[in-house]
Each structure stands twice: as C-alpha cells, then as structure tokens.
Design a protein around this ligand. Structure first.
Ligand code: SR1
Ligand code: MG
Length: 409
C-alpha cells in the first residue's frame, strides 16, 4: 500500500517522496530538494535534484483543470499521450526529445530527463541569443516525426490504429476554440485585446467576412485531416535550446492532424521573436543584426524543411500511389499552403485570444506594442487569405518585411 496508489495533486514535498519510492535515479545518500517550475498554461512541473550529486529529474503532473483557467476541464489522459509521444518521437528523432523514465497512469505524471542545462527558446530569443544549429535540428525533428507517421510511409491499418490511440478530444477542442474560432468573433468573450488596438482588431478581424470564410475552411481541415502525428503545440516555449542542442518538450496536444499545423506554429513564434526584436532593440545596428539573423533562420527552416521532406519522402515512401511522379511535390505544396495558413492563425490568436506570448505582452512601450501587433496581424491575414502563394522561405519573410514598412515607427 502506497500513498501514491490514489491520484492527488502533489506538492513539492510529495514529489520528493514520490521519486524516492517510484524511481531508481537517486541513492539512499541523496539529499533531495524539489521546486515547482512550471510556467505553462496546463500542468504542474517539478524539478527534483540531489544536493550531493549532479542527479536530477523532472516530474510533470496533469491536473483535471487547466492552470490558466478553471474553464478548461481536461482529461488527465493527456499525460499518457505526452509520455507515449515523447517515447515515439525519441525513436523518430533521437536526441531531440527528453528521455522518459516512467509514466504513472494513477498519479497522471511522467518522470523525465532534466534539461536544466538548456534554456527555453522563447526567453532566449527575447534575450537576443542565437542558435546556429537550430534550423538543422528542428527541421530534422519535424520531417522525421511528421512525414514518418503519415500514410506515405506507415502501413495504413497501423496508421489508423495510431489515429485512434492519439485521439485527444479535449486538447483539440482547446485549439479549435482558441486558435480557430475565438480570435475571429470573441463569441465566448474570453479574448484579451490590448486596449489601444481594440477598435482596429474589431474592424480587421471581427468584421472581415472574407477572412471568416477562409478560417472556417481551415478549422474543418484541422478537425478532419488526419495526415500525421503532430506535436500539436510546437511554439518556442515548447523548445529547449543550447547553441549545439535542441530538445522539443510538451507534446500533450499531439493528435493526427495537418502537418502544416506544427510547421506554421513554429514559424509564427519565430515571427513573434522578430517583432519583439523590432520593437525593443533600440540600437539600430544591433537591431538589424538580430532581425536579420531571425529572418535568415526562418528562410533556412522553411527551405531546409522542404529539402529534407522531399529526400525523406523518396527514401521512405511505401504507398504505391505516392510513388507516382510529381506526387511528392504536390503533397509538399499542400503542406506549405497549410504552413502559411497556420502561421497566420497562430500570429492572430496569440495577440487577440486569451493565451498570450511574452514576446508581445513584454513590449513595454505602448506605441511599439501597438505597431508590433499590427505588423503581425496584417501579415497574418495575408498568410491566411493568400496561403497558396507561399512556396519557400523567401516568400514567408517577404510578407512580414513588406508589412513592416507599412507601419511607421
Ligand atoms: C488553455 S491552454 C492555452 C494554450 O496553452 C497551450 O500551450 C496551448 O498553446 C493552448 O492553446
Ligand atoms: Mg505546453
């Protein structure tokens, strides 16, 4: 009989007892400390470390409501999905996800490798750090985890079983509401809009019927296009980095959806870093240097993704009709179209909706934030409405740079 035979939400002292009882990482001489370090919207994340050695572990526990708001009642099954996906992604993209030590379906927690020698990418970008290997690492992660879980490669019955196993209705509902619906109508009155931009957003987003039609099409695509096993929340807060290393964490939103959802999420969050740099770096030379690095990074990610995707396609394709000449390029074009659309959706929802990003909310100067928001939102509308026109990295960054010139400093 153990006190961990029945679920309860742990406090740091419980987590110390938990790791002693359930894990074999620490020896009897260990002097353990624990701190809750989670800053996400949903879960509780504990770091436990031994003061007598360099051993440490992360324990992530799911509660039955979101931290951000009790509005969201959530199945703790998301913790199973996260643990299983991390293990699967670890096989598909080794060295780019933390090692899982134990998944506990009673306590709804997952114990995993501590990445405290890395930093969360969003914060690192806000601090204007550069990561020269990031484009290579993240494109390998995306191509391997996405393409290799599609019907292009997988045996189709096996893939359908995976679709079933990773049905994630409550977390998908969050995305459907927060990404695909509320930014365009505020129908639940949960949007949090920066007051100086309210009237502009009402006109440009709540009243743009043409935009609503395109977003409606995209929402149904998200809900009905079981293309690949997505990470489902691939923003810069879900990525740990060091100059020579990249780890993707937090795949609890994973499910079978359109590949462009992951790629577009990443691109949008790099554009937020770019907008933050534009708004906050006062020294012109320094600003241009960092923004140019980010622009090149975005171009490199899109173009490397394309190159690796086509190569991996040819090396791994098993479906006979997918081998027809020209199909690989057609398939990739649909992914690039979806990527552009999701880039626009993510840019919009993080500014208009309830789940914000520090890159934008952290811009203290009111006029600078207003301008940053309008640049991102104007570019977003083009990404959504003209999604068919974005064929490479240059097309993506050209949209943002062109819009930036429309809004004077
Ligand atoms: C209620 S959860 C809000 C957001 O946090 C997560 O990281 C996802 O991005 C979600 O949309
Ligand atoms: Mg998360």
């Amino acid at each position: 009989m153990s006190r961990f035979d029945q679920y309860f939400l742990m406090k740091p002292k419980d987590v110390i007892e938990y790791v002693i009882e359930k894990l074999t990482i620490f020896d009897e001489k260990a002097d353990l400390e624990c701190k809750e370090i989670g800053d996400g919207n949903l879960n509780y994340v504990f770091r436990v470390w031994d003061k007598n050695s360099d051993k440490s572990v992360i324990v992530k526990q799911a509660g039955d409501t979101a931290r951000i708001s009790d509005d969201f009642k959530l199945s703790t099954d998301r913790n199973r999905i996260e643990a299983e996906i991390l293990q699967l992604e670890g096989k598909l993209a080794p060295g780019h996800v933390p090692e899982v030590y134990k998944y506990d379906p009673i306590m709804n927690c997952c114990s995993m490798q501590d990445l405290s020698d890395h930093v969360i990418m969003r914060q690192a970008l806000i601090e204007h750090k550069k990561f020269p290997l990031f484009a290579d690492h993240i494109t390998t992660f995306m191509v391997n985890t996405l393409l290799l879980t599609t019907d292009i490669v997988m045996e189709h019955k096996e893939k359908k079983m995976a679709v079933k196993n990773y049905i994630n209705p409550e977390l998908c509902e969050i995305t459907e509401d927060l990404v695909y619906t509320e930014p365009y109508n505020n129908y639940r009155d949960r949007n949090i809009v920066f007051e100086p931009n309210l009237e502009w957003i009402k006109k440009e987003f709540y009243e743009d019927k043409e935009l609503h039609l395109e977003v409606a099409k995209l929402k149904f695509d998200f809900m009905n296009h079981a293309q690949a096993l997505l990470h489902g929340d691939l923003h810069s807060g879900s990525i740990f980095v060091k100059p020579d290393s990249t780890y993707v964490i937090d795949p609890e939103f994973a499910f079978y959806g359109p590949i462009g959802y992951d790629v577009g999420n990443l691109i949008a969050n790099l554009i937020f870093a770019w907008a933050n740099a534009d708004a906050t770096i006062l020294d012109e030379a320094e600003r241009i240097d960092y923004m140019t690095w980010l622009e090149n990074l975005i171009v490199e990610i899109v173009d490397l993704f394309k190159e690796k995707f086509l190569k991996a396609f040819q090396e791994n394709v098993t479906e006979i009709l997918a081998k027809v000449e020209g199909f690989d390029q057609w398939y990739l074009d649909t992914v690039l179209r979806d990527t552009a659309a999701v880039t626009g959706l993510e840019l919009s929802r993080r500014i208009i909706g309830m789940a914000k990003v520090k890159d934008i909310t952290g811009i203290e100067d009111e006029a600078a934030r207003l301008r940053a928001e309008r640049i991102c939102l104007t570019a977003a509308k083009k990404f959504i409405k003209q999604r068919d026109t974005f064929k490479n990295g240059k097309d993506v960054i050209a949209n943002v740079k062109k819009v930036e010139k429309q809004f004077s400093r």
